[in-house]
Design a protein around this ligand. Structure first.
Ligand code: CP
Ligand code: NVA
Length: 308
């Protein structure tokens, strides 16, 4: 069973293949209107369940459109409206859904839910974000970097802000695709120790630099994300804002990066908090290409899972 649960648990050649496949599928569409079918219909006859226990714009729409472009059909399910939210076990849900559908994508809170779904499902399961990781986002980000600047191997990526789930998957990608990774943010919001250890054992440059201006020196890519994630308590907001304000990505910070550095943000963004509008809409920014590439990257992930 080929589940796509995380970047660090997927073999390097498989990840490389998915990014290359995403780039070629995008090129093959060659500017045709959004939402029109691909020439190739590898998901014809396939039903995909998209389960959301948290809100989503990009993940929901890009998976839905991606399946349809490849000839498949989708059902979008809210965790709350399913029996999942009313006491039925994940294991039973996984076994039942597997009798109906060919592929399950789930966005959930606890990583354990994803793993239980994968353990008991007899169809592939894709991680559409948990509190700990967001691998589909980073597949799109790697694709976006390479589309704009060529191979990411050996480049320097700087993450500014909260060492959250998106940051974790970026660290996994650094280990797998072989690029250097610097985290800049307050110590209380450092990436999890497990991910730091993974990066340090991967033979890449991994560092933590508290001074954001120093951190971005020589950066080929600067990345940030919301200061308060969906699973964070609302009460964390004020403290987070105070702690993270020095790590805002603004024009002064971007000026210290390499002249051709890119800026990424997975979105949704809180403009003028984690990044200024001047940066988000400025010459380094590729945020809307990233959003588009969710579509292409996830099509490649789904084809890989299904072997089609
Ligand atoms: N970046 C991302 O996953 O966006 P959504 O929460 O809108 O799906
Ligand atoms: N870190 C964010 C990412 C949203 C796509 C969150 O988990 O809310």
């Amino acid at each position: 069973m080929k589940h796509f649960l995380d970047i660090h648990t997927t073999a390097k050649p498989e990840l490389r293949g998915m990014v290359d496949s995403a780039l070629s599928m995008k090129a093959a569409r060659n500017g045709r209107p959004k939402g029109t079918p691909d020439d190739d219909q590898p998901l014809a006859g396939h039903m995909v369940a998209l389960i959301f226990e948290k809100p989503s714009t990009r993940t929901r729409v890009s998976f839905d459109v991606g399946v349809r472009q490849m000839g498949g059909q989708t059902m979008v399910l809210s965790g709350k409206e399913m029996q999942l939210g009313h006491g039925e076990t994940i294991a039973d849900t996984a076994r039942v859904l597997s009798r109906y559908v060919d592929l399950i994508m789930i966005r959930t809170f606890e990583e354990a839910t994803l793993h239980e779904m994968a353990e008991y499902a007899t169809v592939p399961v894709i991680n559409g974000l948990t509190n700990r990781t967001h691998p589909c986002q980073i597949m799109a980000d790697i694709m976006t970097y390479e589309e704009k600047r060529g191979p990411i191997t050996g480049k320097k990526v700087v993450w500014a802000g909260d060492g959250n789930n998106v940051c974790a998957s970026f660290i996994h990608a650094a280990a797998q695709f072989g690029f250097d990774f610097t985290f800049t943010g307050p110590q209380t919001l450092d990436p999890e120790a497990e991910w730091q250890g993974l990066a340090r054992n991967a033979g890449i440059g991994f560092s933590i630099e508290r001074d954001p201006l120093k951190a971005v020196e020589g950066a080929d890519l600067v990345v940030t994300d919301t200061w308060v994630s969906m699973h964070d308590p609302e009460s964390a907001k004020e403290r987070r804002h105070n702690q993270l304000r020095p790590y805002q990505v603004n024009e002064a910070l971007m000026e210290r990066a390499n002249p051709d550095a890119l800026f990424m943000h997975c979105l949704p963004a809180h403009r003028n908090d984690e990044a200024t509008s001047a940066v988000m809409d400025g010459p380094h920014s590729v945020i809307f290409d990233e959003a588009e590439n969710r579509l292409h990257a996830q099509k490649a992930v789904m084809r890989w899972c299904l072997g089609v």
